[in-house]
Design a protein around this ligand. Structure first.
Ligand code: RBF
Length: 171
């Protein structure tokens, strides 16, 4: 199944660069904390597993997903991380609030990425209900916090490799 092949929770660990010299920011939304804290654990453990040092991982919690870009900007301004991982969960309700929040977070993070030249990772679940969220926070569809950490490490390594003048990167 195509989606199964894209499930980075089952990534090949041996191909991931070492994160020993990398600095990370993690921003976690408090809304739907049962979900976002599970994403955070998966994310944090994955960074450590690939060599990141605890003192080089800076974490802040913000009230809701809408605040993720602002939290990320504040964190990046202080610690100059190689990548910032933003974790949230916006569950669809009876009104369209989810669309406004998701759109704002996505464009906020991409704007930060473009302006700064470093990766701000979109680790926001956008499920229709809580079960879909649980399935992606350590359930049958893996843990998207793990995937966000893997993406952050890859993008931090990409930046370093480009800077060092490597000619073929990321294959
Ligand atoms: N924040 C989330 O991270 N997930 C949600 O599911 C969520 N649902 C919301 C629903 C409504 C109607 C409102 C007004 C806010 C919601 N928020 C949610 C909070 C939002 O991200 C933000 O913290 C607040 O709107 C304050 O800026």
């Amino acid at each position: 199944m195509a989606t199964a092949l894209k499930n980075l929770s089952e990534y090949d660990e041996s191909t991931l660069p070492d994160a020993g010299e990398m600095i990370f920011g993690i921003v976690v939304a408090e809304w739907n904390a049962r979900i976002t804290h599970a994403l955070y654990e998966g994310c944090y453990d994955t960074l450590l597993k690939h060599g990141a040092k605890e003192e080089n991982i800076h974490t802040v919690q913000v009230p809701g997903s809408f605040e993720l870009p602002a939290g990320a900007r504040i964190l990046a301004g202080k610690h100059n991380p190689d990548a910032v991982i933003c974790l949230g969960c916006v569950i669809k309700g009876e009104t369209n609030h989810n669309e406004y929040i998701n759109q704002a977070v996505a464009s906020g993070l991409v704007n930060l990425s473009i302006a700064s030249g470093k990766a701000f990772i979109f680790g926001v679940l956008t499920p229709n209900d809580e079960q879909q969220a649980l399935d992606r926070a350590g359930g049958k569809h893996g843990n998207k916090g793990v995937e966000a950490a893997v993406t952050a490490i890859r993008m931090a390594a990409l930046k370093k490799d480009v800077k060092e003048g490597k000619r073929k990167i990321g294959f």
